[in-house]
Write a protein that binds this ligand. Structure first.
Ligand SMILES: C[S@@+](CC[C@H](N)C(=O)[O-])C[C@H]1O[C@@H](n2cnc3c(N)ncnc32)[C@H](O)[C@@H]1O
Length: 219
């Protein structure tokens, strides 16, 4: 990586950490009202079998990580996030499940602290839509690296509206530009194809006019 792109990665990382440290106390209000349906669907298409090795990247406040733990009490689940205040909330939620087979740690999706071919399932929700598109390739390659052969990748992203009535997102982003200006609808499929993920299955899920994509594919 050039010096210039290394510098822009660290600037964008600093901004993301500042932003999520700031909004962590109220994140769940938006996260539950606008995104619950897609998060629930992501769990369904993940088809978790108890005993698996699972990674959630960008666990946030742990809204789905707690559900992963409940479905995988005898396996091992890892969660990482770049923001310590979001992670602190995820840790509180994880403790409440009573499950002990997990680890939650600070980490960056662009350089995952795990060996090649480690995970049966990698799940990642509402992260690509806040990051620069120039990082997408590097992140997708990292996801592929840590998945086992035939491992499942499940992504959830804010996605462009397919119908005029699904445009509430654009309205919210106009009203709160400081908080949401970097979030926009994205499409994961071209990157999954480029990095040779197979059997890509995409669903369009709308929750209170907020459009998301739920995409499952295999290494
Ligand atoms: C919109 S929140 C989504 C949180 C959670 N996945 C959910 O669905 O509720 C985005 C999360 O991505 C995390 N994040 C942003 N950049 C990251 C990076 N480079 N590596 C790991 N996590 C990152 C943020 O700290 C934040 O917790």
């Amino acid at each position: 990586m050039s010096q210039m792109s290394l510098a822009s990665v660290s600037v964008s990382k600093k901004r993301v950490v500042q932003k999520y440290n700031l909004i962590s106390p109220v994140y769940d209000i938006f996260g539950i009202i606008m995104e619950s349906k897609a998060r629930a669907r992501a769990l369904e298409v993940s088809e978790i079998t108890n005993g698996e090795r699972i990674l959630e990247v960008a666990v946030g406040t742990g809204l789905n990580f707690q559900e992963i733990l409940r479905r995988n009490p005898d396996g091992w689940s890892d969660g990482i996030d770049i923001c310590h205040k979001m992670l602190r909330r995820a840790k509180k939620r994880a403790i409440k499940t009573g499950v002990r087979n997990y680890s939650l740690q600070l980490g960056d999706c662009r350089s995952l602290p795990f060996a090649d071919n480690t995970f049966d399932l990698l799940i990642n929700q509402y992260m690509f839509d806040i990051l620069p598109v120039t990082d997408f390739g590097r992140i997708t390659a990292e996801f592929r690296r840590v998945l086992k052969p035939d491992g499942r990748l499940v992504l959830v992203n804010t996605t462009p509206p397919e119908k005029p009535k699904d445009r509430m997102l654009a309205w919210i982003f106009c009203v709160y530009p400081q908080t949401f200006s970097k979030c926009r609808g994205v499409l994961a499929e071209p990157f999954l194809e480029k990095f040779n993920f197979r059997d890509i299955h995409r669903e369009y899920v709308v929750n209170l006019s907020f459009p998301s994509e739920v995409v499952r594919s295999y290494k």
